[in-house]
Design a protein around this ligand. Structure first.
Ligand code: GLU
Length: 531
């Protein structure tokens, strides 16, 4: 069921208490795609980034920056919210909760309203076992958990503010009357319509008098989120399924503030509609965690995944276009996206699939683009340096300019590469003399003598080759020599001597890039390993 609303406004509300998590990024992407889809269809829609930083102890600027940078890297642009330059965009700011309280007194005003209307109460109950056991502390004798107390601003003792769940008292009365009292009725539940899971109901009594603020200017999540969603005119709350247990509390608070009501069918109607996204699971089907590998967006960047691949991959975590297509550009995703196609069951984060997809995107790059992307990884691996925007490195083929040399190396790797971070390890022999054990040169059960002869033969063939030094010429020269015999006997020692690796591109492609002189030099060095 989709509700067509003009001027849709969706948001993500991450807490800057950690680096941008894959789960948050997926939620951001779905909100972004939802808004983009409306825009494509000619409607006004906005995607808002709001920073939930009321928890002053755990919130850090560094995490906020990581969230902004991560979303920016993924190309998930927000229409309103804090910007990378430290300013804000949008007409509903401030977009940090801490600033909303400072500037607008957003939360304290509504808390006062709730207290005045008797929908909330200040509670001085002990909050920990130790406190409860501390019988000598007389502040705890003033009030028992569920008793009202008027708010007194001069009160210096520690208190929290709780939502007053009058339902618990009503239930007690019904029970006292007996009879039909034990039959549940609609009023016993908070019921809401979810765009992914349809109707969701949860009993009111289990919610108790839940805490909504630690103090007047320290609102807690369930309360602050309702105030913000209302004030920012949010129309759809699209977020992770782990927030389903919070939704009844948020609806009760919206009701207490006069923003939501129960309709004639017993369903809560709020200014916004909910859509809860399935959890992201590891391959063992437990909730995705550090145990399964990287969980922050930045880690994926460092590992050499491309933002396009991440976006494509994350879009399929719980959303399915309904056909076999797997590769989608951001624009195609925005065009196809709809909440109806979100699945209810958990979405498995399959790294093998991500690697495959990343490879697909790597292959779509031009060689120049790929080189530009790989340069930081080659630098990190210590293979090249960038000085005055120029590549500096050891390079062995004087016939090729350094840029061309690097481009050709990466073009050679492009068909196999899965992650940019693999590049250094895969191509280091083009920038350094390879180091390896002589056993690497042995094909099957060749004797030392045979290997040495093979290396000498390869050297001889290379030394008489006529330009152009390309794969075709090299293949012809070597295959004419090999004839019907086992080609591994000549080509394995050659390839191993050039690359120093068990697995690498073929020997002719390597010779093409390294050049004849360097290739011959490496063959000679290999021969020396046999005395
Ligand atoms: N700060 C919450 C989170 O990051 C926001 C949840 C919501 O969207 O309501 O999970």
């Amino acid at each position: 069921m989709s509700i067509a609303i003009k001027n849709s406004r969706v948001r993500i509300a991450p807490s800057p208490t950690g680096f941008l998590h894959i789960g948050t990024a997926r939620t951001a992407l779905f909100n972004y795609l939802f808004a983009q889809n409306y825009k494509i269809r000619g409607d006004n829609a906005s995607f808002i980034l709001r920073i939930e930083d009321t928890d002053q102890e755990r919130s850090k600027k560094e995490y906020e920056e990581d969230i902004l940078n991560g979303l920016n890297w993924l190309g998930i642009e927000w229409d309103e919210g804090p910007t990378l330059h430290g300013t804000e965009k949008g007409n509903f700011g401030p977009y940090n909760q801490s600033k909303r309280e400072r500037k607008l007194k957003s939360y304290s005003n509504y808390l006062t309203q709730l207290l005045k209307n008797g929908k909330a109460f200040a509670c001085f109950c002990p909050s920990s076992k130790e406190e409860i056991e501390d019988k000598n502390n007389d502040k705890f004798h003033i009030l028992c958990p569920y008793k009202d107390m008027a708010y007194n601003p001069d009160e210096t003792r520690q208190f929290v503010i709780r939502y007053k769940n009058t339902y618990a008292e009503k239930l007690e009365e019904r029970f006292k009357k007996g009879g039909d009292a034990f039959k549940t009725n609609e009023d016993d539940y908070v019921t809401f319509q979810d765009l992914v899971r349809n109707k969701i109901s949860s009993p009111k009594d289990i919610l108790g008098h839940f805490v909504i603020a630690k103090s007047f200017d320290e609102p807690l999540y369930n309360f602050a989120v309702v105030v913000d969603d209302y004030e920012m005119k949010i129309t759809h709350v699209i977020r992770g399924e782990d927030h389903i247990p919070n939704t009844p509390k948020q609806l009760l608070l919206a009701e207490a503030l006069g923003w939501a009501q129960v309709d004639e069918t017993g369903v809560f109607q709020a200014p916004w509609t909910y859509a809860h996204l399935p959890l992201i699971l590891g391959t063992d089907r437990s909730k995705l965690s550090k145990r399964h590998g990287a969980t922050s967006v930045n880690e994926y960047k460092t590992l050499g995944y491309l933002p396009e691949a991440m976006v494509n991959f994350m879009a399929l975590l719980g959303w399915n276009p309904g056909d076999e297509q797997e590769i989608f550009s951001k624009e195609e995703l925005a065009k196809e996206f709809s909440l109806e196609k979100i699945q209810k069951s958990g979405a498995v984060f399959d790294t093998v699939k991500l690697d495959w997809m990343n490879g697909e995107y790597i292959r779509r790059k031009s060689v120049e683009e790929l080189t530009a992307l790989c340069i930081p990884f080659l630098e990190k691996a210590g293979l090249i340096k960038i000085q005055n925007a120029k590549i500096k490195s050891q390079h062995y083929n004087p016939k090729l300019k350094i840029d061309e040399y690097v481009n050709r190396i990466l073009a050679l790797e492009q068909p196999r590469l899965k992650k940019l971070s693999e590049t250094g390890e895969r191509v280091n022999f083009f920038f350094q003399e390879p180091e390896y054990d002589k056993e690497l040169l042995r094909w099957k059960n060749m004797s030392d003598e045979d290997i040495k002869k093979a290396l000498q033969k390869a050297e001889k063939l290379l030394s008489v080759i006529n330009p152009p030094i390309d794969k075709k010429t090299l293949e012809k020269a070597f295959f004419d020599e090999i004839g019907d015999s086992d080609k591994g006997k000549l080509l394995w020692p050659l390839r191993a001597a050039l690359s120093g690796k068990k697995a690498s591109p073929g020997p002719f492609e390597i010779v093409e890039i390294l050049g004849i002189e360097e290739s011959i030099k490496r063959l000679e060095q290999a021969e020396q390993k046999f005395g």
